[in-house]
Design a protein around this ligand. Structure first.
Ligand SMILES: [Zn+2]
Length: 482
């Protein structure tokens, strides 16, 4: 048997004014793709998985049309010489948004289907913050989505998707795929699988997966910062016992709907000003304050300086802000050496309409040695506040993101990160963790988001509509229940 794999993986806020372009993506192909740590597991199977193209990026704004078209063309081009194929594995995110397109994954996946033909099975893996559509469902045979947020089961999910494909191909079996969209959209920060009610909703998926005739059970929260017709939560089951799949999918969908009012933030939230007041009174450290509206790992821009501005105005000291994406300010620091002082304009460098810059006198503390200008990071001090400036948009999620800048988190009273829920490495350090419902392209305070333009009635944007679950079966599935 012969298999291929590849895809595109990015999460895009339709509310963002910046564009994701070719230079923002890491593109892997050929041996480099097969050897990538994320995909090396595919080499352990006794049937070959041939690499095509895999483009991935830090979440952000809509993908520029030409960038998308070029990736898609290269992906399809590398798929053609591999035919005939028994199966295709698509590692996708599900919240791709391309300029002028409202179902970009649907476009990508249906184009792949046309190339591989009807006899080839397609298995997709998705982030649980992905959105589905009829077009996606009708072109795939099976799907697996993450079951944890923060995501600690990425590898496990990818293996489930690949092994389901191997299993069905070797059994010469075309499974049924059943989808129940649920018109509820909530941020990941209210649907973390570490907090109730998501914790209990997700805990039942693995045991359900063990039932006879069930190959996969997926529950997707969806992506709320996508004003698209397809944006919803979803329950998707893959398997051979269609009555079981339909029954279980309806049951989980109804449970999710019934719990819709119970999803709450897992940590104290408020405005930046309120939380800084609170932080002042806390005697433990480090307090970790998440600047959630500008979180680049959820699709925020990452260039805003509001928290820094307020820290300066209130004469905070011993605070660390990591980081602010600001290429011009970072470049200016690299023209100096540690110890020197300079005037900087910080903030609003990527989206000048979104926020405003501040002017400050800064001392350069540390410059990350690197040959890649996009990797540049400068640590500066402004009136007792340590600030990390970065050339490119990037997260600060791992301890090593700080130690390589010679920063020791526990020695700060307050750490400000552009994040939503904290990463698995930062969360245990927070003493305590607060989350600001700050402005940005992934504003968590949904009441302040612009009204739906393209989404059908969806909770919590609309509360006055009635809903009952109903199943949508993939056009690929056997027509009669088995
Ligand atoms: Zn996610």
């Amino acid at each position: 048997m012969r298999f291929a794999f590849g895809g595109i993986h990015i999460e895009c806020s339709t509310y963002s004014r910046i564009r994701s372009r070719t230079e923002d993506f890491t593109v892997l192909a050929g041996e480099e793709l097969s050897d990538a740590p994320k995909f090396v597991f595919l080499r352990s199977y006794s049937h070959p998985f041939f690499p095509t193209l895999y483009a991935s990026a830090v979440p952000g704004g809509p993908v520029e049309r030409a960038t998308y078209e070029s990736f898609k063309a290269k992906f399809l081009q590398s798929l053609k010489p591999l035919l005939p194929l028994d199966g295709l594995y698509l590692p996708m995110h599900g919240a791709l948004y391309v300029e002028g397109m409202q179902d970009a994954e649907g476009d990508w996946i249906s184009a792949a289907r046309q190339v591989v033909g009807d006899d080839c099975l397609i298995s997709a893996s998705y982030d649980l913050h992905g959105n589905l559509s009829r077009r996606v469902i009708d072109n795939i045979d099976m799907l697996s989505a993450y079951r944890t947020a923060p995501h600690i089961d990425v590898q496990e999910t990818m293996q489930r998707a690949a092994e389901m494909l191997l299993h069905c191909s070797s059994m010469r079996l075309r499974p049924s795929l059943v989808w129940v969209p649920v018109p509820v959209l909530l941020p990941g920060e209210r649907t973390s699988t570490e907090d109730q009610p998501a914790k209990a909703l997700y805990a039942q998926l693995a045991p359900m997966n063990a039932k006879p005739g069930v190959l996969d059970v997926s529950l997707l929260v969806g992506y709320v910062w996508a004003d698209e017709p397809r944006a919803t939560a979803s329950v998707v089951l893959t398997g051979t016992e269609r009555p079981t799949l339909e029954r279980e999918a309806m049951r989980v969908a109804q449970q999710y709907w019934d719990a819709r009012e119970d999803f709450k933030f897992g940590v104290p939230v408020g405005s930046i000003a309120e939380l800084l007041d609170q932080a002042r009174t806390i005697t433990t450290q480090p307090v970790i304050l998440a600047d959630s509206g500008d979180n680049p790992t959820g699709g925020g821009v990452g260039d805003r300086a509001e928290v820094l501005e307020l820290l300066l105005r209130r004469n905070f000291t011993n605070a660390l802000v990591a980081g602010i994406a600001d290429l011009p300010a970072t470049e200016l620091c690299y023209q100096r050496s540690p110890g020197s002082k300079l005037g900087l304009r910080i903030g609003a460098s990527l989206d000048p309409q979104g926020s405003r810059a501040i002017e400050a006198e800064a001392e350069v503390l540390f410059l990350l040695p690197t040959d890649n200008p996009r990797e540049r990071q400068a640590v500066v001090r402004i009136n007792g506040i340590t600030v990390v400036l970065t050339a490119a948009r990037r997260p600060f999620h791992d301890i090593s993101d700080f130690t390589r800048l010679q920063l020791h988190i526990p020695s700060f009273k307050l750490l400000v990160v552009k994040s939503g829920y904290l990463s698995p490495e930062l969360a245990p350090l927070a003493n305590p963790n607060l989350m600001a419902l700050s402005d940005g392209s992934i504003l968590q305070d949904l009441d302040r988001l612009p009204r739906n333009e393209f989404r059908p009635p969806t909770f919590p944007f609309d509360r006055s509509f009635r809903w009952q679950p109903s199943t949508i079966v993939s056009a690929r599935s056997p027509q009669e229940p088995l």
